[in-house]
Each structure stands twice: as structure tokens, then as C-alpha cells.
Design a protein around this ligand. Structure first.
Ligand code: HAX
Length: 440
């Protein structure tokens, strides 16, 4: 048996019993108190689901199975001669809660190579789409078209026992993750490089091979991809793409359908699409100002114009974080280490000095600091990938690692169908009136 699956099975056997008992004995323990502000306000902070793979602290930022990004940069295995963590390692860690050895990461790499073939009909479906189709729409369509390969769906139709759901979900997740770089690279090359596709290099790791298939063959770009795919992988369960995977998966939709739904959520400008919006906004600013080296005063004026036009500053703010995002900090550190003097990166760093006080001055923005998306585009532009409409697909390839590892655990725990309660505004008014009457 596959050693990763074996390890997962051992953990599931112990933990699923523990969780069953914990749920039974503590079902009535209160962990939250929900206000009308939260009911009307996008459920911010309401504790309402279990997500084992990562946890987000508003001040400290993300921890993957207890490890911060700087810790993981030291702990996770690296490519030969490389300094960045391999994303295969973070998937192993998120799935079974242990830092993998180099051998275990190698095993995962080999598995993903073996599972990476794309069905012919998926290429046909993609080729039928106009070249002008947004890359995220192409990505979502391709993922849906591969649902024909779902092991979970086939086994469910054959009458699978519910204690085998995790096993079928694991197989689908491994197959899907293996295929995503090839799909994404195919979309990139068909959309921006006249369909001049590049064959995979089987000697490379998952992220390195992805960089190779995209056609950007600078060694540092491979390192960037490894870091990028590691740090975008997960951000606890409440963000829109993770929560969508959890919700859709809870209906026993398979990993393909659950993940494509997640990608529909990631494609929104308040979530993953913000990475394209940031660089579009920066390019527009440089265009309007007529310089590649704007002053802080010029940036401040452009920021104020954006706000006065009733728009948000993309790449700033967060629903949970209240400090600069450690994923922003990790990308800044990468730029400091690998890149010397780049106009576009200098603009991002100057913007970081200008935006927070302006947003703070509005008196309503809870987090004026940059998020993950504020930096990623400038790094990609530096290495020659200027086609910003593609950026969210890169985010999506990485996000698969976290949400699919979590989906395996949701099926292992046999979590039920998600079904929270909604109320009408009439119900709210009546409830408030009752409260007043009770007090009188
Ligand atoms: N620029 C201008 N106004 C902002 C702002 C920003 N960057 N961030 C928040 N605000 C505004 C909100 O629009 C809201 O205004 P109204 O009351 O007039 O509606 C007010 O400040 C309070 O919002 P908040 O409580 O601070 O923030 P939310 O939790 O509601 O929203 C968002 C969080 C990330 C959606 C928000 O900060 C935003 O729109 N940021 C810009 C888009 C962005 O970068 N998104 C990516 C987030 C990270 C991510 O998911 N990446 O994938």
C-alpha cells in the first residue's frame, strides 16, 4: 500500500474514534455567541467548522499544522541545491500532521508524476473555448471536465461503504493535484504563447516542472514557484475557497466538483482575483503617472483617487488578519534575497509604506496592512510573466493542496451535510421586538 495512505489510515483510525467521543460528550458545550452584526456581516469570526490542516491567528498569521512559514522554510525538504521548501512537503504535513523526510517527498513526487495524465476530452473542451476566455474560467471548466475520472463518484454509484469515503477522496485528490500543473500550463501556453506547449520534465519536482512547463526557465523562477505553491496552499477553513470546498464536499460531491466550486470562489476580486487586480492597478498607476519610479507623494495621490472613485485598494485588508500578512513578508524576503533592484518591486515596497496610514485614516478599515496578493504579481512580472489574468490560476494550483487535504479529513470524520440557519429581516425585527417586550 501507498505509505502516505497507510499513514493517513493509521491516523484516521485513532482520530476518528477520538472525535466521535469528543463530539458525543461535548455536543452542548458553547464555543461562540453570535451577534446580529455577524449575521448581517458575512459571519465574520463565527466558529462553525473543523479544519485540521491550518489555523489563522489575526496577529501572528497562518500556521500549518502548528508551524509558521519561517519555521517551514527551515523544516521542509528542498530541491537539490535549492533554498525554498517543496510544496509536496506541505501537502504531506497538512494531510498527516508530520514533517516528511526527503524520501517521503520523493515518493509523493513520483506518485504525482504517474498520476498526471490528462484525459483527451479535457484538451478538446479547452480547445473549444475562445482564447479570450478568462484563464480562471478555463481552469474551472477543465477541472469539471475531468470529473469523468472521479473514483469517489464511481465507487459511490457502486454502493461504497461510508467508512471508505476518505479512501476514494484521497485517490481523487492525489490524481487531481497531480494533473493541475499540466492543466494550468496548458491554459497559459494556449492563451498567451500561440499554443506552443512544453512537455513535462520528469526529472523535476512538482513545482519545478510547473515552472518549466510554463516556459520560464530561470532557476530562480523555479525557486519562486516552490515558495509560491507552498505559502498559498491553505489559510484555515473560513476563507471563501476553503469554505466552498467544505460546503460542496459535505453534499458528497467528489473532489473534482468540490474543488472546481472552490475555484469559482477564488475567482472573485475580493478573494484570489485580487492578485491580478493588484498588478493591474500598479500598471495603471505607472501609466497614469508616466514613470516607473513614482514618489511616495505620487503613489498617495493615486491611492486617494482610487478611494474617491469608490473602489478598494487591492492587496490591502483582510477579514481575519490584523497585521502584515506573513505570506507578504515571505515574498518580500524572497525578493530581498534573490532580486537586486527591480522597479516594480520597489513600487510594491513604497506602496506598503504609503497605503496603511491612508486606510487607517478612513476610520473604518479593520486591517490596513498588505495581504498575500499585494506582493505576488511584482515577483511574477520581474521574472517575465506579465499576463496578470493568469495569476489566480497559480493561486488555485497551490490552494488545491490545503483544501483537498482537508476534504480527505472531512470524509474521514464523516462530517454531515452543512446546513446553517438563515433568517429573514422580518424575523430579525420580530426577535428584536420580543427582546424589548421581555425587558419591559
Ligand atoms: N481598500 C478600501 N477599503 C477597504 C479595504 C481596502 N483595501 N479593505 C476594507 N475596506 C473597507 C470595506 O470595503 C468596508 O467598507 P464599507 O463599510 O464602506 O463597506 C470597510 O473597510 C470595513 O471592511 P473590513 O471589515 O475592514 O474588511 P472586510 O472583512 O469586510 O473585507 C476584504 C476584507 C479583504 C474583502 C477587504 O479588506 C478588501 O476588499 N480588500 C481589497 C481586496 C483584496 O485585497 N482581497 C484579497 C484578500 C486576501 C485574499 O483572500 N486573498 O485571496
Amino acid at each position: 500500500m501507498d505509505p502516505l495512505k497507510q499513514k493517513l489510515q493509521q491516523k484516521i483510525e485513532v482520530l476518528s474514534k477520538d472525535i466521535k467521543t469528543l463530539r458525543k460528550e461535548n455536543a452542548t458545550v458553547k464555543v461562540d455567541d453570535v451577534s446580529l452584526g455577524q449575521v448581517f456581516g458575512g459571519m465574520r469570526g463565527v466558529k462553525s467548522m473543523i479544519w485540521e490542516t491550518s489555523h489563522l491567528d489575526p496577529i501572528e498569521g497562518i500556521r500549518f499544522r502548528g508551524h509558521s512559514i519561517p519555521e517551514l522554510k527551515n523544516l521542509l525538504p528542498k530541491a537539490k541545491g535549492g533554498r525554498e521548501p517543496l510544496p509536496e512537503g506541505i501537502f504531506w504535513l497538512m494531510l498527516v500532521g508530520e514533517i516528511p523526510t526527503e524520501e517521503q517527498v520523493k515518493y509523493l513526487q513520483d506518485q504525482w508524476k504517474r498520476r498526471s495524465n490528462i484525459p483527451d476530452h479535457t484538451y478538446k473542451v479547452l480547445n473549444a473555448l475562445p482564447i479570450t476566455t478568462h484563464p480562471m474560467t478555463q481552469f474551472i471548466t477543465a477541472i469539471n471536465s475531468m470529473q469523468t475520472e472521479s473514483i469517489f463518484s464511481r465507487r459511490y454509484a457502486e454502493g461504497m461503504n461510508k467508512y471508505e469515503y476518505w479512501d476514494a477522496t484521497y485517490e481523487d485528490s492525489m490524481n487531481l493535484i497531480a494533473k493541475l500543473p499540466r492543466i494550468a500550463a496548458y491554459i497559459y501556453r494556449r492563451t498567451y504563447h500561440n499554443g506552443d506547449h512544453i512537455n513535462p520534465d520528469i526529472s523535476l519536482d512538482w513545482g519545478g516542472n510547473f515552472a518549466h512547463m510554463l516556459g520560464i526557465n530561470k532557476p530562480d523562477f523555479k525557486s519562486l514557484m516552490r515558495l509560491y505553491l507552498t505559502i498559498h496552499a491553505d489559510h484555515e477553513g473560513g476563507n471563501a475557497s476553503a469554505h466552498t470546498t467544505h460546503l460542496v464536499g459535505s453534499t458528497l460531491s467528489d473532489a473534482y466538483l468540490s474543488f472546481s466550486s472552490a475555484m469559482c470562489a477564488l475567482a472573485g476580486p475580493l478573494h484570489g482575483l485580487a492578485n491580478q487586480e493588484v498588478i493591474k492597478w500598479v500598471f495603471h498607476m505607472l501609466d497614469v503617472l508616466g514613470t516607473q519610479q513614482p514618489t511616495k507623494e505620487q503613489i498617495a495621490e493615486y491611492v486617494n483617487n482610487t478611494l474617491n472613485a469608490g473602489k478598494v485598494i487591492p492587496g490591502y485588508g483582510h477579514a481575519v488578519l490584523r497585521r502584515p500578512d506573513p505570506r507578504f513578508v515571505a515574498q518580500k524576503a524572497f525578493a530581498q534575497e534573490y532580486i537586486h533592484d527591480s522597479d516594480i518591486i520597489n513600487v510594491v515596497w513604497k506602496t506598503f509604506e504609503v497605503v496603511p496610514p491612508i486606510l487607517e485614516g478612513l476610520g473604518k478599515v479593520k486591517n490596513p496592512w498588505p495581504n498575500v496578493d499585494a506582493h505576488s504579481g511584482a515577483l511574477l512580472v520581474h521574472y517575465g510573466m506579465k499576463e496578470y489574468s493568469f495569476y489566480t490560476v497559480l493561486f488555485g494550483v497551490s490552494r488545491a493542496l490545503g483544501v483537498l487535504a482537508s476534504l480527505c479529513w472531512s470524509r474521514a470524520y464523516n462530517f454531515p451535510l452543512e446546513r446553517p440557519k438563515s433568517v429573514t429581516t422580518e424575523w430579525v425585527r420580530n426577535y428584536l421586538a420580543e427582546q424589548v417586550n421581555q425587558k419591559a
